[in-house]
Design a protein around this ligand. Sequence first.
Ligand code: NAP
Length: 246
Amino acid sequence: MSLTGKIAFVAGASRGIGATVAAALAREGAAVAVAARSEQEGKVPGTIYSVAERITAEGGRALPVVCDVTSEESVENAVTATVSEFGGIDILVANAGVLWLGPIESTPLRRWQLCLNVNLTGVFLVTKAVIPHVRARGGGSLIAITTTGVEMIDHGANAYWVSKAGVERLYLGLAADLKDDNIAVNCLSPSRVVLTEGWQAGGGGLQVPPEMVEPPEAMANAVVRLAMQDASGVTGTIQRSEALTF
Ligand code: NAP
């Protein structure tokens, strides 16, 4: 298995793309921290425990860790718990996200702030917390999940795309900062739409034609490929799941 001996921290792993990614990393031999807020089933299915149990039942190694990416204390506790259990961190998948596609004029301030807090500040906090641990391992791979919407300026503006644009700027610059530490820093997004629980709840009832739908496994396979390498490979790039350029 290609990731045997590696340790991955997947933020936003209680359902959707993050849950599929966590399982795929474990199948490749990585020990995986399944990080998110949900400890009990709520309106949307999936908890850190159910995802971790599924991985363990398949013979993988998983640690459920409670983590709210908008809280520095919560992130630090989750990272500390991961390092105590597994001995370090080699791979970060900064996947936690919330969707809000409404136009600016009808966007309540609290929605704007939620998008920026989870999608941008959340990536900042988890990235900041894991960097010393990845550096201590002699290198690794940081992957932030963004969206093709960043490029769609002919489709207007919304809080979600703005927050993801910030992440891409953060990660592209961070790649330069961490090159000498042998840490690869890349962004990855689905090429099309993954019909996850989050998309169904936040997509505003938008109908997605079947040819625009992508299985979550495409993201899982792309994450595994990015996770397998360090800064001697590809770094400072924005990748699309179905069209990797390396
Ligand atoms: P999802 O089904 O809604 O899952 C979102 C995940 O983020 C959940 O595990 C959720 O866990 C977690 N999360 C939300 N707020 C959090 C917080 N404050 N702290 C920690 N975790 C938090 O969404 P998805 O469709 O799988 O999307 C995953 C990522 O892919 C997101 O970043 C999204 O923007 C991006 N993306 C998705 C698509 C798509 O087509 N689906 C396209 C482009 C990009 P808890 O609620 O348990 O905390």
